[in-house]
Write a protein that binds this ligand. Structure first.
Ligand code: GAR
Length: 205
């Protein structure tokens, strides 16, 4: 069984997809769930607590160095028994880069969802980057987190078409629908111990 932490900063629609996936038994082998936000105003944080009755923690980074912030996260994770041997940390719209301190401690146990087909369009505003580049297909990626931004081993991807009439919002919404599906699927593969990483590539066991 895996103890799960979901780290968010905003509305938390991916978090909701994950929580529903656990509730509906689409995602199996999850024991405890904790939701952490670094933003007090995060809608997802309130939804997790009020709608799902999930344990939540607010860890604000305003007056903390990156290391102090990550030390605080590790302290909280461990206090909920989300440890490198039994834990999975899911970044779901978590708009802060984690330092090597936590990434190395939870090596291959932190995953992220990104709204592009990596390695294209890393970083912020991936959907706008895709529109600006004029690509005809974009999509989303679930990947393990390593010590660079949006570069870790890719677990799953899904593509979506890009239309001439798309705005950033319209494309983002089309991608988001697929994000919710592949994030749940990737987590279930992890919690069922189906993923193998070799030479920076992920395959199914
Ligand atoms: C999602 O589109 C996610 O892929 C993106 O933020 C949004 C969060 O939405 N993440 C990144 O861009 C990370 N680089 P949500 O709060 O509704 O899940």
């Amino acid at each position: 069984m895996v103890n799960l932490a979901i780290l968010i900063s905003g509305r938390g629609s991916n978090m909701i997809a994950i929580l529903d996936g656990i509730k509906n038994k689409y995602i199996l082998n999850v024991n405890k769930v904790l939701v952490i936000s670094n933003k007090r105003e995060s809608i997802g944080l309130h939804l997790a607590k009020d709608r799902y009755g999930i344990n939540t923690e607010l860890i604000m980074n305003d007056n903390l160095s990156n290391n102090e912030f990550d030390e605080k996260i590790v302290h909280i994770l461990k206090s909920y028994d989300i440890k490198p041997r039994n834990g999975l940390v899911c970044l779901a719209g978590f708009m802060k880069i984690l330092s090597p301190y936590i990434v190395n401690m939870y090596k291959n146990r932190i995953i992220n969802i990104h709204p592009s087909l990596l390695p294209s369009f890393k970083g912020l505003h991936a959907q706008k980057q895709a529109l600006d580049a004029g690509v005809k297909i974009s999509g989303c990626t679930v990947h393990f987190v390593d010590n660079a931004v949006d570069t870790g081993p890719i677990i799953l991807q899904e593509c979506v078409p890009v239309f001439d009439t798309d705005t950033e919002l319209v494309l983002s919404e089309r991608i988001l629908i697929e994000e919710h599906k592949i994030y749940k699927k990737a987590i279930n593969l992890f919690t069922n111990d189906k993923l193998k990483i070799e030479n920076n590539k992920v395959s199914l066991k």
